[in-house]
Design a protein around this ligand. Structure first.
Ligand code: SF4
Length: 423
């Protein structure tokens, strides 16, 4: 049968899409291979969030064309959806058409290039899957969002919010638990607005999922502060359940209200700060992750310092720092950019501040003893990475295996993880 190689870049939602495309192809009798060289059909599931990820994709595409002109290349994901003209010489699968991947590949094998980019329908949730990690199930709970952030190209790819019915997500999770899954990752562009279009919300979904029988943990994906504020009491209530990792990823993007307004983010720095203060009051061991964009057009030194002060005040465990990158077709791309050197300088300083804060956050765990779920192989031989209830990465050595639950004692930390020994 035909060998297919699937290359995925981008967010958890894209990886969930690839797992489902792989499941459908396998079910249709295709052989999935792990290298591009061994494949006759190469599928790129692409990401458009930042310039560099797009540049890398086009470089890779060019090299495949040069080296292997006989191979069939299919382009899926956000670049196919946003910029079909840039890749229209290839068969295309849009972000909401992943359930038709077999049709696209079979047509391509008969030399017929089809473009399926309709975004009105949603792919069904219960598609067959080939999981990247056998015991982690990535479940997209909705597609699109309610935002209109001026810097964001994902909006063009994923569109407006469409939530999957709560029952469908419950069924998908139940099936995954039956198949031995230990971690369920709920993902979308903004899990915070899940269900707003179908008269429900994330807290009610979580309540449904924690009632499922089984030994598993739920990791909740990124949620925007303005939506969390709308149902925070309900959310805090269900977050007390031990099946939910004490982990929240709430992007702030800037500490300056002027910049937040220009970004089209519907909250203030004060809103974000008081939300985080409340979270830390209710959940002292919550791991908080956030995102910051440095060098948004027009960002003054003072506004940049507002971001620094907010970060110092809220002390997040994880900060995904991005340098502003003008994305074509977005309003922010038309604005006068900040000098590249200034952006680089600001991002370097903020990164140093982040590393110090992250280390201080991790030092709170020195001497902690408790259980972790081994969910990753470490870099060194005999080294493993587990996650504790706060989704903190714990590096430990031993004769261990994936999805094992072990007891550890923390005796060292870095800015990025905890280091422990088997207790
Ligand atoms: S919420 Fe904003 S940043 Fe997130 S996907 Fe929507 S438009 Fe993009």
């Amino acid at each position: 049968m035909t060998n297919v190689y699937l290359h995925t870049s981008g967010c958890a939602h894209n990886f969930a899409d690839s797992e489902q495309m792989a499941g459908l192809l396998k079910q249709a009798g295709f052989d999935l291979v792990n290298t591009l060289e061994d494949a006759f059909v190469v599928i790129f599931n692409t990401c458009t969030v930042k310039g560099p990820s797009e540049t890398t994709f086009f470089r890779r595409l060019e090299s495949v064309k040069q080296k292997y002109p006989h191979k069939i290349v299919v382009v899926a994901g956000c670049i196919a959806q946003c910029d079909p003209n840039k890749v229209n010489r290839y068969p295309l699968v849009g972000t909401n058409q992943i359930h038709k991947i077999v049709e696209v590949v079979e047509e391509a094998l008969h030399d017929n290039q089809i473009h399926l980019l309709d975004s009105d329908e949603m792919p069904p949730l219960n598609l067959p899957r080939v999981r990247r990690t056998p015991y982690i199930s990535i479940i997209p709970i909705s597609s699109g969002c309610l935002g209109a952030c001026s810097f964001c190209k994902t909006k063009i790819a994923r569109g407006n919010l469409v939530s999957y019915p709560l029952g469908n997500i419950r069924k998908e999770a139940e099936q995954a638990i039956k198949e031995g899954v230990k971690e369920i990752w709920l993902t979308s562009q903004d899990t915070g607005c899940y269900g707003f279009d179908i008269d429900t919300n994330l807290a009610r979904l979580l309540k449904e999922l924690v009632s499922l029988i089984g030994n598993f943990k739920i990791r909740v994906g990124m949620m925007n502060p303005n939506h969390v504020l709308m149902f925070k009491k309900e959310l805090f209530e269900v977050y007390k359940n031990p099946k939910i990792y004490q982990f929240m990823h709430i992007p702030v993007q800037s500490g300056s209200d002027d910049i937040l307004r220009k970004m089209g983010r519907n909250y203030t720095a004060r809103d974000f700060r008081s939300l985080v203060e409340e979270i830390k009051l209710y959940f002292p061991s919550m791991t908080l992750a956030t995102d910051v964009i440095v060098g948004f057009p027009g960002e003054t030194e003072e506004q940049y310092r507002d971001t620094q002060s907010l970060i110092r005040a809220v002390m997040p465990d994880i900060i995904n720092i991005s340098r502003f990158w003008p994305r074509p077709k977005t309003p922010a791309a038309k604005l006068k950019p900040v000098l590249g050197e200034t952006i680089k300088h600001r991002s370097r300083i903020l990164t140093d501040i982040y590393h110090n804060i992250a280390r201080m956050c991790n030092e709170r765990w020195l001497g902690w003893e408790g259980e972790v779920l081994i969910n990753e192989k470490g870099k060194e031989a005999n080294q493993w990475i587990g996650r504790n209830d706060s989704y903190k990465p714990v590096v430990v050595e031993g004769n261990l295996k994936l999805s094992q639950i072990i007891r550890v004692k923390i005796n060292r930390v870095t800015s990025f993880d905890l280091r422990g020994t088997v207790a």
